[in-house]
Write a protein that binds this ligand. Structure first.
Ligand code: F6R
Ligand code: MG
Ligand code: MG
Length: 391
């Protein structure tokens, strides 16, 4: 296992503006980003790349040998987003440059706006990976499916019957409010893990490792733009990388977890719960009520750092019933209109008028006791029945 086989996969994404509202990325912005990455590939900065989009998010998938958090690779992504933003501005695309929160790049895109998932490992003889990319939701959307992939034997048969998986996995969980990590072990601490990650707005699965040898198995982007910017500037549509086969869950076990379109936060104005619908690239665009939230899965084989593929894994009739169920759930939950639990709780909403409404009404709110005294009926029923004189 020579050093030369250590490879890093960096998936870096940003919403730099889109066509027809927050619907989908324009091909010319993808072309602008691709040109930057092609040049970097020709200079040997990166080994390979694939540029795509899911909804209004421009996704850069890159392989290189510079490790995670490399200033050179993050700088490259920043440059690609900048160039794409120039095109977006020129075309008058909507919300051009939205996720590039700072004009000054300082070596790392983390904390600036783009979402990042990166992992480094020694390439196996054959290295199948899946890159997941979602739009109109948040990093915690991966909590439920990744728990199922790496800890639920009803999803991943290998946890029970493959000796290489049987030892279980370690979950690195990030408290995005406190900026603290805790590492927990499945299956032993399953209930405690669930006690945390069942609150996906706060506790986010960041990385998963195989316990037997500490090999990295999965990583999720965990940037929360609202907390980064100090105000809400858009839901932080997440990406994840998952390694598959030969001691990791099989591709089919990983995809199986997405056959249930669970409810995630995001959708219209980043302020509604809706079903996460798995789709192929051709349907990676948001329409109804700016959604429903969507997820794409691209399968690659990483070979000497090259990205062989992709295979558009959800572009398959096997997920038709999931999509149909997602539509039924969308129809059902939409009928709640502005009511919770369709609308998020006040602390999680991306848009809100509540403070202004409360301010406007502040002088019209009356203490309950005082108010009840005021509305006491002048005419008592007893008086009416007995014919007693009344005021
Ligand atoms: C959600 C999203 C969209 C917008 C909505 C309003 O993440 O991107 O649902 O929030 O289209 O957008 P603005 O305020 O830009 O008109
Ligand atoms: Mg957006
Ligand atoms: Mg988006």
């Amino acid at each position: 296992m020579g050093e030369e086989r250590r490879i890093t996969i960096s998936v870096i994404k940003a919403d730099i503006g889109s066509l027809a509202g927050h619907h989908k990325v324009h091909p010319d912005t993808m072309a602008a980003a691709s040109r930057i990455l092609a040049e970097a590939k020709s200079k040997g900065v990166i080994i390979d790349y694939y540029v795509t989009h899911v909804g209004d998010d421009l996704e850069l998938i890159m392989t290189h040998r510079k490790g995670i958090d490399s200033p050179e690779i993050h700088g490259l992504a920043w440059e690609a987003f900048k160039k794409a933003t120039e095109v977006a501005k020129e075309l008058g695309l909507y919300a051009a440059g939205q996720d590039l929160l700072s004009d000054a790049f300082s070596g790392n895109v983390r904390g600036l706006g783009p979402g990042v998932a990166e992992m480094e490992f020694v390439e196996r003889k054959s290295e199948p990976i899946i890159v997941f990319m979602a739009d109109k939701t948040e990093p915690g959307a991966f909590n439920l499916p990744l728990f199922k992939v790496f800890a639920d034997p009803f999803t991943t048969a290998g946890l029970v019957i493959d000796p290489r998986l049987h030892g279980g996995f370690k979950f690195e969980i990030l408290d995005v409010f406190e900026g603290k990590y805790v590492v927990m072990s499945a299956p032993e601490e399953m209930y405690d893990i669930l006690a945390l990650i069942g609150t996906p707005a706060r506790y986010v699965i960041k990385r998963i490792y195989r316990k037997s040898d500490n090999e990295i198995a999965a990583v999720v982007s965990s940037e929360r733009l609202n907390l980064i910017a100090g105000r809400y500037v858009g839901k932080d549509d997440p990406v994840a990388i998952v390694r598959a086969q030969s001691g990791f869950p099989a591709v089919g076990e990983i995809l199986e977890a997405f056959a249930f379109p669970h409810l995630v936060a995001g959708w219209m104005r980043g302020s509604h719960f809706g079903p996460l619908m798995p789709v192929g690239l051709k349907d990676a665009k948001c329409t109804r009520f700016d959604g429903p939230p969507r997820i794409v899965a691209l399968g690659f084989n990483v070979s000497k750092g090259r990205l062989i593929g992709p295979a558009d894994l959800f572009d398959d009739p096997a997920f038709d019933e999931t999509r149909r169920l997602a539509q039924t759930i969308a129809e059902y939950i939409r009928r709640h209109g502005p009511f919770m639990p369709h609308r998020l709780g006040p602390e999680e909403m991306e848009y809100t008028t509540l403070p202004e409404v409360l301010e406007k009404l502040k002088d019209r709110f009356v203490e309950a006791k005082e108010y009840e005294k005021r509305i006491k009926p002048k005419l008592r029923h007893s008086a009416l029945l007995s014919g007693e004189p009344h005021e």
